[in-house]
Design a protein around this ligand. Structure first.
Ligand code: NDP
Length: 472
């Protein structure tokens, strides 16, 4: 059973980092502004000699943006957390330094490792269970390890420190309202479940094409690539939500068991020349912007052959999904921003003679930005009532609310790991991808090219049938 202790101190290691400034503090500010979490002490730490004032300025800037829209209760929480925040200079890779800091903090403490992954791993390895205040929660950012073996090692280190339900492996896609809405759509409506299987669904595509290029992130991205950056955790989790059996409850055990069962049954089958594709962008234009060849971007090592576009076909070997391809794709510098899951249904078994016009399969599209739900159906067209026409039933999803990191932090601070990746699942995500990474490292699958601003290599075609609504 998950304990519901409320965290007293949020310790952010990596206070000066990009994640903290751009995502964590704004997410926290949005959460505090709701007034749902109070009595929190926020502590920042880093290895550089930031002064308390510099940290305070960073906190104040993020909190000020949220305070404007907050009710008075939320504003007073923001004010009191900002007023009491402190900063400590700590090299977490120096033995005993993090433990010394923890000894001075009021527990339970959530330690947020917003650090380079190898630094987080080393810092955890240096900690001992008896150095942690009772109820400590450990918060790890992706990537969880650098492969299956190192994920197992990391999980062992973490398990020696705190129980599994006190470990929060963050995949912020699980905090996105539209991703969570897949559960409501599937399990709070009667009409979908009877057709949600291999008998009625031909394929499922999950596509995250970005119209942004490298944007100066070579130091991180050139070591990751599209497969590890997007597909290995984010898109696999969206796939799992689309594929799970109905859980008895939306609690951490039932939901995470259901996700784990899907991922355990999932694999990418060889030959990988058929089941995977990879490509890298060359110079081109994104709107008015001229984008240089990826290989010529500052900080990129062309010999690393990092892919900026990846596509894999995952198979889920269970009764419900056997034979249905789940196609996961993500690319950078794409001409058309497209973030959606597209479920393509099988054609009707027999179209009555006499109908003419469009006869295409139904598509259900779940857009993740903009957040829309769209069902493509064939209906009577204008004029001859037996001439079919394509219609789209579209609704915008009201995804207004907290930022994904706000949702994730709420779970952490209230002691609920529902939106955190469980250890076995983190390992399974690597188990699914590692054979592909190995084949790509040996050049078993060619690294193709596409112009920045295009739709990817011409030979790939337009998978998924682009939404013609203009919404996706
Ligand atoms: P940055 O390089 O921007 O920041 C790293 C932080 O780690 C710095 O604040 C640095 O502080 C601190 N640090 C490094 N070494 C030590 C040390 N020995 N002791 C104490 N602090 C140290 O990284 P990001 O913020 O981009 O990423 C952090 C984590 O979040 C990574 O795991 C990344 O994969 C993950 N992530 C990042 C995202 C992003 O958009 N940035 C998105 C999703 C996940 P100092 O300079 O003081 O040493």
């Amino acid at each position: 059973m998950t304990s519901k202790t409320t965290v007293k101190t949020l310790l952010i290691l990596g206070a000066s980092g990009d994640l903290t400034g751009r995502l964590l503090l704004p997410g926290l500010a949005g959460l505090l502004a709701t007034g749902r979490v109070g009595g929190l002490r926020l502590v920042g730490a880093g290895s550089d000699p930031w002064t308390a004032r510099q940290w305070k300025e960073r906190v104040d800037t993020s909190f000020a943006a949220a305070a404007g829209a907050a009710e008075s209760a939320g504003r007073s929480v923001l004010d009191s957390v900002a007023a009491s925040t402190e900063y400590h200079q700590v090299d977490v890779t120096a033995d005993g330094r993090l433990a010394d800091l923890l000894a001075h903090l009021e527990g339970p403490v959530a330690i947020y490792f917003a650090l380079p992954p190898e630094v987080s791993q080393k810092a955890c390895a240096l900690l001992r269970r008896d150095q942690l205040p009772p109820g400590t929660r450990l918060v790890l950012e992706k990537p969880f390890g650098a492969g299956l073996e190192s994920a197992r090692e990391l999980n062992k280190v973490l398990a020696a420190l705190v129980p599994e339900d006190h470990i929060h492996r963050v995949d912020h896609f699980l905090g996105k309202a539209t991703v969570l809405n897949i559960l409501g759509l599937r399990f709070a409506n009667r009409f979908l479940e009877p057709v949600w299987d291999r008998d009625h669904i031909e394929k499922v595509e999950i596509i995250f094409d970005e119209d942004l290029a490298l944007e100066g992130r070579a130091r991180y991205y050139d070591h990751a690539g599209a497969l590890k950056d997007m597909i290995q955790s984010h898109l696999l989790h969206i796939m799992a939500f689309l594929a799970i059996d109905a859980p008895a409850s939306i609690d951490e055990r039932d939901l995470r068991d259901a996700v784990a069962a899907v991922l355990r049954a999932s694999s990418i089958k060889a030959p990988f020349q058929d089941s995977t594709r990879r490509a890298r962008y060359t110079a081109g234009k994104l709107g008015e912007r001229t984008i240089p060849d990826y290989a010529a971007e500052p900080g990129v090592d062309p010999a690393r052959n990092t892919e900026t576009l990846a596509q894999v076909t995952v198979e889920i070997d269970n009764w419900r999904w056997k034979g249905v391809p789940f196609i996961l794709r993500s690319g950078k510098a794409m001409g058309h921003k497209r973030k959606e899951a597209v479920v393509t249904f099988r054609p009707v078994p027999h179209l009555p003679v006499g109908f003419s016009g469009v006869d295409s399969p139904n598509h259900l599209r779940i857009g993740f930005g903009p957040d829309v739900l769209q069902l493509d159906v064939d209906v009577n067209g204008p004029g001859d009532v037996f001439t079919l026409d394509r219609a789209s039933l579209i609704t915008e999803l009201n995804a207004a609310g907290m930022l994904p990191y706000g949702e994730v932090l709420e779970g952490i601070l209230t002691g609920d790991p529902l939106l955190s990746v469980r250890g076995d699942t983190a390992e399974d995500c690597w188990r699914i991808m590692e054979p592909v990474l190995g084949a790509w490292a040996q050049d078993a699958v060619p690294l193709e090219e596409y112009d920045a601003g295009s739709q990817g290599p011409a030979a790939w075609g337009t998978s998924g049938g682009r939404s013609d609504s203009g919404h996706t």
